[in-house]
Design a protein around this ligand. Structure first.
Ligand SMILES: *[C@@H]1O[C@H](CO)[C@@H](O)[C@H](O)[C@H]1NC(C)=O
Ligand SMILES: *[C@@H]1O[C@H](CO)[C@@H](O)[C@H](O)[C@H]1NC(C)=O
Ligand SMILES: *[C@@H]1O[C@H](CO)[C@@H](O)[C@H](O)[C@H]1NC(C)=O
Ligand SMILES: *[C@@H]1O[C@H](CO)[C@@H](O)[C@H](O)[C@H]1NC(C)=O
Ligand SMILES: *[C@@H]1O[C@H](CO)[C@@H](O)[C@H](O)[C@H]1NC(C)=O
Ligand SMILES: *[C@@H]1O[C@H](CO)[C@@H](O)[C@H](O)[C@H]1NC(C)=O
Length: 437
């Protein structure tokens, strides 16, 4: 500022008014060029970005993350981001033992025994599990950051009701698959002791390790549960604000914007999307899932407080940069907008998403044989971007098993009780247990 104010002040007397105006215009236009350039460089936003508060010195990327993947909350998309990061940075991902399928023996309480020995010691974990702080603490490095994601309970319940209509015994019992009929009298259908009953009642709380059948009338239970969560989780993302969530996650982990690129995975086709049309129905869903509703409300509030701490405008700017970068990648991979297709129309079987039942379509992507702009086949990065959970988990296990067999240096042993035992003793997977969610 100094070099400009001084000559300007003198200019009053020494230079004509016209010249001073010219000088000011010059200063303003070079400033605007600077602003413009910094917007273009925002692919990887710099701490100097105008709307963002200055950060301390750049930290190295944080590579130890425990993502608690909750059900029907866009968790598959976050998992895909973490898997791709792990591959690019040679970070080991904990994967379930064969006997646990693609989830860590969910709905059982998580145990370090469920982890495949070829994936020890891990720095990232991102598959479905029922949270147990202590067991994860024994498995993961002590600098691990814990994150999770929640979704608004009304939309979430509609999704669960459709997705698990054949798996959850509660939902199977409901005549005509009618959500109205269920909500008119949930207790007529719900049996808390049945396997997979948690899909029907406060599933967020269940996934987080809480008691999903606790009375919402108990004024002490939820506040103390929330306090524990806040001690453990550095970030609770909100599915309704997915891109803002990724911005906070990127900042927490000091990752690059490039590490956060995604396409949405594991979505239902339009035929399978229901509609909670009345406010009365929505209110019943919230009453039935009162614990989840309060949990969501609390963490939605803290989420926006975190956004405000970073600066709303700063977050909004980075969201725009993220969306631009995602568009660029999608264009590179699909040669245009990717078309969502039912699994039967996807030629590459590595890209066919798993279908929970004949009544529900889960749509996915096919990659073009050649990207029209370049004529080259889409690269590995594109394949992984669109790869559904089941195939990606299998692929990662194969890859890490090969590496673990080649490894000469023995890995850090777990405390004695955590050393993975053979699968014997674990019950076989329930024949109808859903593999993905
Ligand atoms: C990852 O590991 C592979 C094989 O061990 C090695 O070739 C590669 O350089 C490593 N990459 C990084 C980023 O460490
Ligand atoms: C699972 O964890 C919950 C919460 O920590 C606990 O109340 C319950 O007893 C555990 N269940 C089993 C079978 O260990
Ligand atoms: C974390 O673990 C390392 C070695 O594994 C140890 O040196 C360090 O003191 C531990 N830090 C904490 C906070 O426990
Ligand atoms: C189920 O659907 C049938 C035929 O559409 C109808 O007659 C019946 O009343 C329905 N039952 C309930 C409980 O809604
Ligand atoms: C959902 O219901 C609302 C209100 O009845 C209606 O306007 C909307 O078109 C419906 N959406 C779908 C996808 O059916
Ligand atoms: C989440 O919080 C924001 C900001 O307070 C609010 O605008 C929004 O309505 C909340 N979302 C829900 C679904 O409650």
């Amino acid at each position: 500022i100094m070099p400009y104010t001084l000559p300007l002040h003198r200019a009053r007397r020494m230079v004509s008014r016209k010249k001073a105006l010219l000088l000011l215009l010059l200063a303003l236009s070079s400033l605007s060029v600077l602003i413009h350039q910094s917007a273009h460089l925002s692919w990887s936003p710099k701490p100097s970005s105008l709307n963002c508060p200055p950060t301390s010195l750049p930290r190295p990327k944080h590579t130890s993350v425990a993502f608690l993947k909750t059900h029907k909350t866009a968790g598959t998309t976050v998992q895909n981001i973490l898997f791709r990061f792990a591959e690019r940075h040679n970070v080991t991902v904990a994967l379930p033992h064969h006997a646990c399928d693609h989830q860590f023996c969910y709905p059982r309480n998580f145990s370090a025994r469920f982890v495949h020995p070829h994936t020890l010691p891990p720095r990232i974990i991102a598959s479905h599990l029922r949270f147990q702080r202590h067991e994860l603490g024994r498995l993961m490095p002590n600098d691990t950051l814990y994150v999770t994601i929640l979704r608004e309970p009304v939309a979430m319940f509609e999704s669960l009701f459709t997705y698990y209509n054949q798996y959850c015994p509660t939902f199977r019992r409901v005549p005509n698959g009618s959500m109205d009929a269920f909500l008119a009298n949930p207790l007529a259908f719900y049996r808390p002791q049945e396997k997979f009953s948690m899909y029907a009642h406060n599933i967020l709380l269940y996934d987080l390790g809480g008691d999903n059948n606790h009375s919402p009338a108990d004024p002490t239970y939820l506040p103390s549960f929330i306090r524990q969560m806040e001690e453990v989780f550095s970030l609770v993302m909100i599915a309704e604000h997915f891109d803002e969530s990724l911005v906070l996650l990127r900042r927490l982990l000091s990752w690059e914007l490039e590490d956060m690129l995604y396409v949405k995975l594991n979505m239902r086709g339009p035929r399978s999307k229901g509609n909670v049309s009345s406010e009365a129905l929505a209110a019943r869903i919230r009453t039935w899932n009162a614990l989840d509703a309060q949990l969501y409300e609390h963490f939605n509030t803290t989420f926006w407080r975190k956004v405000a701490q970073v600066g709303r405008e700063c977050v909004a700017e980075e969201v725009r940069a993220l969306r631009r970068a995602c568009d660029q990648l999608v264009h590179h991979c699909f040669g245009g907008l990717p078309q969502l297709r039912p699994a039967t129309q996807i030629k590459n079987k590595e890209l066919r998403p798993w279908q929970p039942s004949a009544k529900v379509d889960i749509v996915g992507y096919d990659l073009p044989l050649a990207v029209s702009s370049s004529g080259a086949p889409p690269d590995e990065r594109c394949l992984k971007l669109a790869m559904p959970e089941v195939q990606y988990s299998r692929y990662m296990l194969r890859k890490q098993s090969l590496r673990s067999r080649r490894r000469v240096v023995p890995h850090r042993p777990l405390p004695p009780r955590a050393v993975a035992r053979p699968a014997r003793g674990l019950p076989l997977r329930h024949p109808t247990m859903p593999k993905v969610a």
